[in-house]
Ligand binder design. Structure first.
Ligand SMILES: Cc1cc2nc3c(=O)[nH]c(=O)nc-3n(C[C@H](O)[C@H](O)[C@H](O)COP(=O)(O)OP(=O)(O)OC[C@H]3O[C@@H](n4cnc5c(N)ncnc54)[C@H](O)[C@@H]3O)c2cc1C
Length: 323
């Protein structure tokens, strides 16, 4: 029998809502209604929500900052949980943070305490949980990913709490083991290094300045595609002979998707309310009234164009939810 709002309220409290439009909660400002929505303000509430979803066999969708997701126009026919547990502490070089802590905020706190390591993450929107899920970071910088600093992650798996060490998290470029499991990330411990507050603040300024020109204040989902790994240098050199930045890309081992999309002449391409950003071609902007359906069409079009022109298959970084 279908679970009712009253049953969920009985288990999770009066704050559970029903038929709530998800678009305002997402950075893209896209997404239909959640059948049920619950804001978990503590880890206990988050665990309870997982248990309740299991008990009532209710599909469960976890959202952190919703800055890397595309929620379907039809919404989500289950329980959407907004992760808002936000306790954190810094003891020496060890930083412990719950999944709902804002990443940029935590970066600032570590720098204030004279710790170094997190600076490249300063401009990545979203939460600790979302960042661990996708191993967020900056590929151009050594140790530029959040996973590089993880000591352990505590997750809720099938109603049990499990402590995973860094190796068990399976971090890679935009990858983690959590993309294959249904684990709910509750908190993480990081090991940073003692640094100089002044130097870290300078670095932060540098990383923020490097974002200038990126469409930060427009509704988007960040980078839509992952960068392309260079597996055949000879082929790449042949295809892009004479390109100014080629040596830099080859050294890094990746062709930026933004560069490929730009080279394919797609900046400014518009489908309905969705546009390929003029500033950074790997961003799709919701210029007003954009729908998930239009984003899907645009993604498909870009993939086809880049494949036809350069022979590379782009892969999405953005997560499709509710499709
Ligand atoms: C302007 C802009 C700039 C960006 N720049 C960068 C960048 O430089 N580098 C980068 O890596 N990313 C970047 N992103 C993408 C995005 O900010 C990151 O991927 C971020 O880490 C996502 O965190 P979130 O909390 O918003 O996750 P969400 O978008 O809420 O979720 C992403 C995925 O993680 C899952 N998830 C979230 N929390 C949990 C949890 N507690 N337990 C289990 N699963 C969970 C969700 O179900 C979903 O599948 C950018 C995005 C924008 C809009």
């Amino acid at each position: 029998m279908a679970v009712t709002l009253a049953q969920l309220k009985e288990n999770l409290g009066e704050t559970v809502q029903t038929r709530v439009k998800l678009a305002p909660y997402t950075n893209f400002k896209i997404g239909g209604p959640a059948k049920f929505l619950f804001e978990a303000k503590t880890s206990e509430q988050l665990i309870k929500a997982v248990q309740v979803a299991n008990e009532f066999k209710l599909p469960l969708l976890i959202l952190g900052g919703a800055s890397n997701v595309l929620v379907a126009d039809k919404g989500y026919n289950g329980l959407v949980v907004l992760v808002r547990n936000n306790q954190w502490k810094i003891e020496g070089e060890r930083v412990t943070a719950e999944a709902g802590v804002n990443l940029g905020f935590l970066v600032q706190q570590t720098v204030n305490k004279g710790l170094s390591g997190f600076e490249p993450l300063v401009a990545v929107p979203g939460t600790i949980g979302g960042a661990i899920f996708g191993n967020a970071g900056v590929p151009q910088v050594p140790k530029g990913f959040i996973g590089d600093w993880v000591e352990s992650v505590t997750v809720c798996r099938d109603d049990k709490l499990i402590l995973l060490n860094r190796e068990e998290c399976g971090f890679g470029y935009r990858q983690s083991a959590f993309k294959q499991t249904n684990d709910i990330i509750l908190s993480a411990v990081f090991n940073l290094k003692i640094g100089s507050k002044e130097q870290s603040q300078e670095l932060i300024k540098k990383y923020i300045a490097a974002r200038k020109g990126q469409p930060y204040n427009k509704p988007s989902s960040g980078c839509i595609f992952m960068n392309v790994s260079i597996t055949d240098e000879v082929d790449v050199r042949k295809k892009f002979a004479g390109e100014e930045k080629l040596d830099e890309f080859i050294k890094r081992g990746q062709l930026p998707s933004s560069w490929l999309i730009d080279k394919a002449g797609l900046k400014g391409k518009t489908i309905g309310g969705i546009q390929v950003s003029e500033d950074h071609a790997n961003y799709l902007i919701n210029i007003g009234g954009g729908t998930a359906e239009q984003v899907v069409q645009m993604i498909s079009y870009i993939k086809q164009q880049v494949r036809d022109k350069f022979g590379f298959q782009l892969q999405e970084e953005v997560r499709y939810l509710g499709f």
